[in-house]
Design a protein around this ligand. Sequence first.
Ligand SMILES: Cc1cc2nc3c(=O)[nH]c(=O)nc-3n(C[C@H](O)[C@H](O)[C@H](O)COP(=O)(O)O)c2cc1C
Length: 216
Amino acid sequence: MKTIIVNGSPRKNGNCAKVAELFAATLEKEGIETELLQIGSMDISGCRGCWACAKTGRCVQDDADFHEAAEKIYEADGLFVAAPVYYDSMPGQLKSFLDRLFFQDRGGGGLRRKVGAACSVQRRTGGVALLDDIYHFMICAGMIIAPSEGESMVFGLEPGEVMADQEGLDILEGTAGNMAWLMKMMETTKEMLPPPELKKRAQTNFIRQGGLCDDD
Ligand SMILES: Cc1cc2nc3c(=O)[nH]c(=O)nc-3n(C[C@H](O)[C@H](O)[C@H](O)COP(=O)(O)O)c2cc1C
């Protein structure tokens, strides 16, 4: 089993890198393979809102970095996102990546019922809002969020400062342990207890019969 670890910070060696490293170490100790993707410093442009991927399952933008990273995530069993808080939200590069990663997979099952977790990294404020943002991507995709038993966030400004936030690091280690446990439980029971079939559901745009956007 494998978990992809996303570093959502443009700083390759900052606090998110420490979080990613510690999270990966706990997973590896539990027998889960990990791979780091340095998404925050990739040059990834945002979703164009063309809706083409809703029909094809693939974003029309042909940036190899994006598609390569997305494939690795769809093939893995788990996804962990370490993200810095920028103005109580996430950096633009990470938002561009997540919008496209999750939107092109709508209905495709590349993310459905995979285990997800996240950790926000901030100097002082915005962690709760950022975690909500990331968890909502995961919820919409039908992912299973690993319990963190405390808010999954650590505090620090300069690279490495998070190492002094002992409570945050303890919560992080607990989340990684829970993620490994969930992944192993799902693997062990997959024959015995297959997931329920997905019912086809109506699409309504609140009050009207819904459909895909046919603007362009
Ligand atoms: C553009 C920008 C905006 C930021 N906004 C916030 C913020 O709203 N709240 C906060 O607590 N820290 C904020 N920070 C501080 C970072 O979250 C903090 O330095 C964090 O450790 C960065 O993680 P990294 O070292 O992995 O890049 C901001 C930093 C930058 C560069």
